[in-house]
Write a protein that binds this ligand. Structure first.
Ligand SMILES: Cc1ncc(COP(=O)(O)O)c(C=O)c1O
Length: 392
């Protein structure tokens, strides 16, 4: 024990990065999310951002953020229960709830924080939480805080889920936790079946729609619209930092539960309220989605199909996901990083997932082509995919 041994213990294992002679992480971007982005003074096509609708650098959204700063400043320097709750905050809570057709919403600085705080507020030791085996770190870490029994169910497997539900009667409350669109696989949860199972066995469904909001559903309202679920009696969370193109996290649902969280979710109550700039930006994005989802969504899905088909043509092994997340199965960490390097050397940014983000040897290289990319960039990507395909 001692300070020196502590400092020596916490070292990042960089063997894979050294063998690949490439570090794909913490790339320093020198521009906004325009197409192309600038890295190290050079132009790159960005297939790494979650900027599905391409609104992250939209001029109208920037202006809305600036207007909010002009009115309120950068920060209200207070938690939402104190001075951090402004009329714009309340308005955006209501607009998000209306957008999702849910009763009420709270807004936190991130969805990581939302998922982290939710379970400690709603669950107790005597409960049971069933969670999809591929659920995001924020859900898993949030669930672990409760100290209750946790049982993973096989990814998107409702038969396995029902089997566990049938044999779980001794708990005060059961929760079923899933993502909507899985961030590393691009698979979409069979939420309607999951929710109906929950209702049948008295279990509360919690869905994280971070990669679904603004992406799926006929008008971009996410998983509830996509699954045709009305009058949802579960709990809904989502990030505002992906298709919404801003930053922040939400928890939405029944008004009594949301009111409870306003007072008893520590991650909300004890953390400085989300910046007015971000609230102003979210408000504008919701307005844009209402008016332009047909066009933006079509581009997003068309780009997904073009890139996906080209990868298949070149023999890449892809996950079956139906979402506009294209995930290449890459095996071990070295192969994953080397494939990211092949793209990077051709000026394309991608997201490599290695352990512990995915199970060992189940590496993924994720590509997301946002609606802000030009057709010229997509054409360039497809011809470079041919080149990479030939090389490997
Ligand atoms: C499924 C999922 N949930 C939650 C989060 C966290 O969202 P945020 O970036 O708003 O903290 C992410 C982001 O990576 C995610 O992919």
């Amino acid at each position: 024990m001692g300070v020196d041994s502590f400092l020596n213990r916490l070292k990042v294992d960089k063997q894979v990065i050294e063998r690949a002679e490439f570090n794909p992480y913490y790339n320093c971007i020198e521009s906004g999310l325009e197409d192309p982005v600038i890295v190290d003074g050079k132009q790159y096509i960005n297939l790494a951002a979650n900027n599905y609708l391409g609104l992250g650098a939209d001029i109208r959204v920037k202006k809305a953020a600036i207007n909010a700063v002009k009115k309120y400043g950068i920060s209200m320097c207070g938690t939402p229960v104190a001075t951090g709750y402004i009329e714009l905050y309340r308005r955006v809570e209501r607009e998000i709830s209306k957008f999702l057709t849910l009763e009420d919403t709270v807004i936190l600085p991130s969805c990581y924080q939302a998922n982290n705080g939710l379970f400690a507020a709603i669950a107790r030791k005597e409960d049971l939480i069933l969670v999809d085996h591929y659920a995001h770190s924020s859900l898993i870490e949030g669930i672990k805080c409760v100290g209750c029994k946790i049982r993973p169910f096989l990814h998107n497997n409702t038969n396995h889920l029902e089997k566990i539900l049938k044999n779980s009667s001794k708990y005060r409350q059961i929760f079923i936790v899933t993502e909507s669109v899985f961030s590393t696989e691009g698979s979409i949860a069979p939420l309607k079946e999951i929710y109906e199972l929950g209702m049948k066995y008295g279990a509360v469904t919690v869905v994280d729609d971070s990669h679904g909001i603004g992406v799926i559903g006929k008008s971009g309202r996410g998983i509830l619209e996509d699954s045709g679920i009305e009058d949802f009696k579960g709990i809904y969370t989502a990030s505002l930092g992906k298709a919404i193109g801003v930053s922040g996290g939400i928890i939405s649902g029944n008004k009594e539960i949301i009111e409870y969280l306003r007072y008893f979710c520590p991650q909300l109550v004890y953390s400085t309220g989300i910046s007015p700039a971000l609230l102003g930006a979210v408000e504008k994005v919701l307005e844009i989605i209402e008016k332009e989802f047909d066009i933006l969504g079509k581009k997003l899905w068309d780009y997904r199909d073009i890139i996906r088909n080209r990868l298949v043509l070149n023999g890449f092994d892809l996950c079956d996901g139906m979402a506009p997340i294209i995930s290449i199965k890459t095996g071990d960490a070295l192969r994953t990083v080397l494939l990211a390097k092949s793209f990077y050397n051709r000026r394309i940014l991608t997201t490599p997932f290695v352990e512990p983000s995915v199970p060992p040897n189940e590496g993924r290289l994720r590509l997301i082509a946002g609606a802000n990319l030009s057709k010229k960039s997509i054409d360039k990507v497809t011809s470079l995919i041919d080149e990479i395909g030939r090389d490997i």
